[in-house]
Design a protein around this ligand. Structure first.
Ligand code: ADP
Ligand code: MG
Length: 402
């Protein structure tokens, strides 16, 4: 059986170790890091390598630069990382390029336990093209390769795929963040503990239908809320007034429900909704799902629906949640989403949240620490639970040694 080696099982003392991290952090107009969650998430791997005397070379992309865009330099990231690692590490040496004589010099001068950070990998146009010359140049900087950037594992770039083949089995592996993501997300699709409840909300059926379809083949119940649910309710012939829905996806929703009925998967849709005349309304009112006024739109699940969803979550051994249940960015329409966040926190089962907006909601609800796993992946997490093979993970596998 093929396996992925853990960073802690690699021989790294005195070796140059390239670590692909995800430091694609949000910044303000002046470039200061406004949320360092992604930098903190890589610390366990970096600290482990430093403690074992590795010479650490970090690589990440930041934003979508066109060539060497100075505003997308990793300088502020290097500064924040140095603060987080002090006093264990004295400095983070920022190379002013990705590959070239300058980087080679910085890297070859590294002593055991020291850290260098390459400049924004996407300053090199070859990175996103998985260009072989760049892959080779990156690989030549190091003796060992570690990937801890789960958030970019769904991309086949030089730093996630191309350079990896230049490291023999035993010289490549996954960092702690990557391993944790794979462990928790795998529990949502293989050897699942039951009952297994999937909660899907968010904006569009078209974004999520592959996730829904794959998870419905394993789940016992699928709870659908958010703007997504409007399309499902419309497919059942209900009138949703002015609600946001995808009129061209009614057949997709219908087919999905028919398949679930055939496979005895419970599809739970809202029975009540919060409606308002517009998204700018200062409050909403509760209506039965059959009584949405023609001039109003559904902007959240209602309290009876929230209670029903919560009771499914309470009784589950495994729960996966992706997609807010309403327009939670606006206070009058956030109650449903926060009720689900609390239910996740109170459930004694394995609870996993994935997706950019859902993770923001769970953090805003203040219950981040009470769910089993908050996936850092966004697009990568969703592709993983869709059952896709992520190229950045596939590249790490090695044959089992005797
Ligand atoms: P995630 O990022 O967690 O995968 P999505 O991007 O699919 O989630 O969806 C999040 C967006 O969906 C949020 O901006 C939220 O306001 C919006 N949304 C959810 N329900 C509704 C609704 N009933 N009407 C309008 N927008 C909604
Ligand atoms: Mg989103």
């Amino acid at each position: 059986m093929a396996t992925i080696r853990k960073v802690s099982d690699l021989d790294v003392a005195g070796k140059r170790v390239f670590v692909r991290v995800d430091f694609n952090v949000p910044q303000d107009e002046k470039g200061a890091v406004t949320d360092d969650t992604r930098i903190r998430a890589a610390l366990p791997t970096i600290r482990n390598l430093v403690e074992r005397g590795a010479r650490v070379i970090l690589g990440s992309h930041l934003g979508r630069p066109k060539g060497k865009t100075p505003s997308l330099s990793l300088l502020p990231v290097a500064a924040r990382l140095a603060e987080l690692l002090a006093p264990q590490v004295e400095e983070v040496k920022l190379c002013d390029e990705v590959v070239g004589d300058g980087s080679r010099k910085v890297v070859s001068d590294l002593r055991d336990g020291e850290i260098a950070l390459l400049e924004n990998l996407r300053w090199e146009p070859g990175e996103e093209k998985n260009d072989e010359a760049l892959s080779k140049a990156l690989a030549s900087l190091a003796e060992v390769y570690v990937n801890d950037a789960f958030g970019t594992a769904h991309r086949a770039h030089c730093s996630t795929v191309g350079m990896v083949k230049h490291f023999a089995p035993g010289k490549r592996g996954a960092g702690f963040l990557m391993l944790r993501e794979v462990e928790f997300l795998s529990r949502l699709i293989h050897n699942v503990e039951r009952p297994y409840v999937v909660v899907i909300g968010g904006a569009k059926v078209s974004d999520k239908i592959n996730v829904l379809t794959n998870l419905a083949s394993v789940a016992d119940a699928v709870l659908i809320g958010g703007a997504m649910a409007n399309t499902f309710l419309a497919a059942q012939g209900k009138n949703l007034g002015k609600s946001k829905l995808e009129a061209d996806k009614l057949h997709v929703a219908k087919q999905f429900m028919e398949r679930c009925a055939r496979d005895s998967v419970d599809v739970v849709l809202p029975t009540d909704l919060i409606v308002a005349p517009s998204i700018d309304a200062l409050d909403g009112r509760v209506v039965d799902v059959d009584a949405v006024p023609l001039d109003q739109m559904a902007l959240d699940i209602g309290p009876a629906t929230a209670r029903e969803f919560a009771s499914h979550i309470h009784d589950a051994k495994t729960v996966f949640w992706n997609g807010p249940l309403g327009l939670f960015e606006k206070k009058p329409f956030a109650a449903g989403t926060f009720a689900i966040a609390r239910a996740m926190a109170e459930s004694s089962g394995t609870t996993v949240v994935g997706g950019g907006d859902s993770v923001a909601a769970i953090t805003e609800a203040g219950v981040e620490a009470k769910v089993s796993h908050v996936s850092t992946g966004g697009g990568a997490s969703l592709e993983f639970v869709e059952g896709q093979t992520l190229p950045g993970i596939a590249a790490l596998y090695e044959p089992e040694s005797e």
